[in-house]
Design a protein around this ligand. Sequence first.
Ligand code: ZN
Ligand code: ZN
Length: 271
Amino acid sequence: MSEQIRFDCHLHSCFSSDSKARPEDVIRTAVGKLSGICVTEHNDFDYPPEDGKTVFNLDPDEYLSAYEALRPALPDSFTLLLGVEQGLQKSVADRVNAYDPEGRLDFIIGSSHLVRGNDPYYPSFWEGRSVTDALGEYFDSILENLSCCRNFDVYGHLDYITRYIPGRPKDFRLPDSCTDQIDEILKKLIALEKGIEVNTAGFCYGREPNPGRQILTRYRQLGGEILTVGSDAHRPEDIAFHFGACRELLLSCGFRYVTVFKKRRPAFVRI
Ligand SMILES: [Zn+2]
Ligand SMILES: [Zn+2]
């Protein structure tokens, strides 16, 4: 664990369909490692049912009250923030934009887990087309999301799809065919005063976080400043995963600060 990145802004527990972690275990582990966390449970409108079951349909009342109940026992030195990882798609833009009207959340990560309704996690997504074409459609769908979804603070794991490229080499690099789309995405995010997330779960799939050096360097060149760091832990033991390596990478790309959102407002923390 790094001394310098002491805040994990992306993690899940049992209110996300793909985690069994108990909130009390999340908190206990985090207090031992960090100065604060932002829990970001999944909400994905219209996610395809899995085994006939609705998934990623968050009950915010249940989620927020479970964590609020743990707050009184926290040490004063520890900050607990509560957010959501919202699945972005054009087809659900209205619901995304109307989410959390009471302003109860500290932070919303907007993420692409589906490409126009299809999940790149499954091999069938990749059948019958080239990797270049699949990446093109993915980044195109992000541009589409940015034209209609407004209610989020950072775009999560921007090159998420690369985790699931069949036969992906560890040192995978995005092809040049993606350069213009990525530039357009980053410029649009900067113009919208939104940021990007560095997701250290990427170190499980390759040698870099998501996004990696290529996109981070370009974001910096274009003047991007808002950058949150999260482990995307679905188990307490993965909290702050590879934060030391992430800090080194960010410093080498020219970043000196990371961002933490509280009540949807950014604060900058030196790394
Ligand atoms: Zn995600
Ligand atoms: Zn996540």
